[in-house]
Design a protein around this ligand. Structure first.
Ligand code: ADP
Ligand code: ZN
Length: 728
């Protein structure tokens, strides 16, 4: 039972303010309980907070201010509070920032009975104050949908009185919000009859869910082997037991197809959670999850912070995907946080992938995770045949990237009415714009990144910060006119080559930056799935889980691309990406797929592993290399990024930190740097990185906290701690 505090008792309330911490208040009339949403006075304002504990007791009781009122009783359960606390400790994030992640949904403090919704009804008068104009524009942006007062005020950056003023003159209508509708029940009966390896895997997962308690399973199986079918059986068991299930997907664009599939399996749509879902819907979901009414949630990584009442299973699909790592704000890896939450609430985790991360592979190898494997594709579908095209033997014309063998294969597929995918992991037209007179390249004015030409936008774009500028006619460096030239291929340029080589073919380019919205992307994907394109040209975005039944050929334009650079994860990432892309071919089983990899180094161990070498041997070799280097998953690592406008000042602060490395030395950690961060300048801020490496058993978080606490950074300098960085 959660502790309850009587009126006047001392309580600790954690506010959701940016620099919030637990502050003492007096319990209000009627008392309050742990986990309640409350409104508390903070200076002259009233802010949202959560009752977090009995209070510290250092502050004079007589001077304590009372809690304003209880907004919602106990939505933040002990289990969720414990998760947020542990996640904050692990990622070295202030607890209030963690609470903000969990409470970002607008309108959480508003009781359903008092919620009003707003919409435009009358014509806007000609003369309006700026604030009123913003409200009207915000309502237009919402496209006529009704919104709550909180949403409207936030979107228009105004106070409630501005909206009320518009209601008074009859431009905006106000009415009571309809009651939240419950989600339709999901029916666990039915489902596919599992076959072969699937039977044992399904039985094991169902048994684990039925038994309850914490456990993590790595479900490994090639694309199309039925991993989804298998873990949906575990979800079904969860539903039968009256427990909730959460399925995380790495990409919003994958949800539509997945939801349709779940609906076909369970007879109703599950709840959906990601940034593309309306705020009203998100608030409803938040409430329903908290009441245990939403049985299954399909969502993005932030769904981990929902107030589940009775979680039985978390599935992390495509667990190796790098987009599970949040790289801005609170830096966390959703896969690791899923395991943490499951350990705290006592539920099962399934990590599903055709190409697991090395971390998960090692954890399974060491027996920390259970390993289940699906050997073959379901039914008659076979894995694609994989072959290298040795580019050293190919003669290509200038500015051409498609070899003759690849072109012939594409032509053959076209004749059969099948689709080909040409994969190039480079957005835009050309990665480099170079002056043929002096050799200078065009860089971003705000970052240490080269500008990438985008013909579609007719501009140069910085992929780091999004800044754009026109393609210069004269060299910015030497001033010579007419010598600026694009160098190297991007997908847009590849599309030009394809159009020239196959003038009759229907093309589709699938690159994240060509689509303004998730909706447009979804339409393009549906078009391809329905056979509306013969040749698909795509970046990374096509590698993720999409099912294109007519696709039988995958051509990788530059299989060596990811192998450059010194990152210790390069081999793992390349292996995963190539296998995922190749896995798009021949999924239906009527015709075998073929994957052709253009490479200048066909003997490279990674290329050979991709082409069907001994996969276990590849992982063992990778693991041995990491072990020798003492890096994750065999050692602990953290990056500390310092950033500021003045490069000398940032370096100086980094050097001063490095001199005071006592707290790190005490745990036997090694410190590297300060050195320029992998991206040394972003949006005009210079970035310097310090890397910390320690034994697996070392407690690095408290040591880093103590180390950083020694020095107060200058006002304009920012510090971000990245536990388990993606690149090292
Ligand atoms: P994965 O998640 O490993 O890529 P899926 O679960 O999507 O594989 O299965 C691939 C295809 O095979 C899907 O269309 C799925 O419905 C079908 N399939 C897999 N297993 C079965 C089964 N036991 N019975 C019927 N269809 C199945
Ligand atoms: Zn930039």
């Amino acid at each position: 039972m959660e502790r309850v505090f009587g009126e006047g008792e001392r309580v600790g309330v954690l506010t959701t303010e940016p620099l919030g911490r637990v502050l003492d208040y007096r319990a209000p009339e009627g008392g309050c309980g742990m986990g309640d949403f409350v409104e508390v006075p903070l200076g002259p304002r009233r802010v949202l907070g959560v009752v977090w504990g009995p209070g510290e007791g250092s502050f004079d009781m007589a001077k304590l201010r009372p809690v304003g009122r209880v907004l919602d009783a106990r939505p933040m359960r002990a289990e969720l509070r414990a998760f947020l606390t542990r996640a904050a400790d692990y990622t070295l994030t202030p607890l209030a920032a963690m609470l903000r992640l969990a409470t970002r949904t607008p309108g959480l403090g508003e009781a359903a009975s008092t919620r009003r919704i707003y919409r435009m009804v009358g014509p806007a008068p000609n003369k309006l104050t700026d604030a009123r104009l913003r409200v009207i524009e915000a309502l237009r942006d919402f496209g006529g949908a009704a919104v709550t007062l909180g949403e409207l005020c936030e979107a228009a950056a105004c106070t409630a009185s501005v909206v009320k003023g518009l209601v008074k003159i009859g431009v905006v209508a106000e009415k009571d919000a309809p009651r939240d509708l419950p989600y339709p029940p999901l029916n666990p009966a039915g489902g596919a009859r599992l076959m072969g390896d699937q039977v044992a895997a399904g039985d094991a997962l169902v048994a684990a869910v039925a038994q309850g308690g914490y456990g993590t399973t790595l479900l490994k199986g090639v694309t199309g082997s039925g991993k989804t079918e298998v873990y949906l059986e575990a979800v079904a068991e969860c539903l039968r037991m009256g427990r909730q299930a959460l399925v995380l997907l790495p990409e919003i664009a994958l949800t539509a197809e997945f939801l349709t599939r779940v609906e076909a399996r369970f007879g109703a749509r599950p709840a959906e959670w990601h940034s593309g879902v309306t705020q009203t819907e998100r608030r409803r979901l938040w409430k329903m999850v908290g009441q245990g009414q939403a049985q299954m949630v399909v969502g993005a990584r932030s769904a981990l912070f929902l107030p589940f009442q009775n979680l039985g299973l978390i599935v992390v699909d495509e667990e190796h995907d790098t987009s599970y790592k949040q790289e801005e704000g609170v830096l966390y890896n959703a896969r690791d946080m899923a395991v943490l939450r499951a350990a705290i609430c006592g539920c099962q985790v399934v990590l599903a992938s055709a190409t697991p991360s090395l971390e998960s592979w090692v954890n399974a190898d060491q027996g920390k995770y259970t390993r289940l494997e699906l050997g073959a594709r379901y039914g008659t579908a076979e894995l694609p045949e994989m072959r290298a095209i040795d580019m050293r033997a190919q003669k290509l014309a200038a500015n051409c990237w498609i070899s003759d063998p690849l072109a012939r294969a594409v032509e053959a597929r076209r004749k059969l009415g099948e689709q080909s995918l040409l994969f190039l992991n480079r957005r835009g037209f050309a990665p480099v714009t170079l002056c043929r007179a002096c050799g200078a390249q065009v860089g971003c004015d705000h970052c240490d990144a080269r500008m990438v030409e985008h013909r579609f936008l007719k501009r140069l774009v910085c992929h780091q910060c999004g800044a754009t500028k026109p393609v210069p006619t004269a060299c910015p460096s030497c001033g010579v006119e007419g010598k600026m030239a694009p160098v190297g291929p991007g997908v847009e340029r590849l599309a030009e080559e394809v159009a020239a080589r196959f003038p009759e073919a229907k093309l589709a380019v699938l690159s994240s930056d060509l689509f303004g919205s998730a909706r447009a992307l979804k339409q393009q994907i549906e078009l391809i799935a329905a056979g509306g394109a013969e040749i698909i040209i795509g970046t990374q975005i096509v590698a993720k889980g999409h099912n294109f039944p007519l696709l039988t050929l995958v051509g990788v334009i530059d299989a060596d691309l990811g192998l450059q650079g010194s990152d210790l994860r390069a081999a793992e990432r390349t292996f995963q990406l190539m296998r995922q892309v190749a896995g798009r071919a021949g999924r239906t089983g009527e015709r075998r797929g073929l994957a052709l990899l253009q490479t200048f180094q066909p003997e490279h161990p990674v290329i050979r592993a991709i082409l069907g070498g001994d996969e276990e041997a590849f992982w063992r070799a990778e693991a041995a290399e990491r072990r020798a280097a003492g890096v994750p998953p065999f050692g602990r690592m953290a990056g500390v990024i310092l950033s500021g406008p003045d490069v000398a000042q940032v370096f100086e602060f980094g050097a001063e930190l490095a001199r005071r490395d006592g707290p790190l030395q005490r745990i036997g950690a090694q410190l590297y740097g300060p050195a320029p961060a992998p991206i040394a300048r972003v949006r005009g801020r210079h970035r310097v990185r310090l890397l910390i490496k320690a034994d697996k058993a070392a407690a690095i978080q408290p040591a880093i906290a103590a180390w950083l606490a020694q020095l107060k950074p200058p006002a304009n300098l920012r510090i971000a701690v990245d536990i388990d960085p993606q690149s090292f």
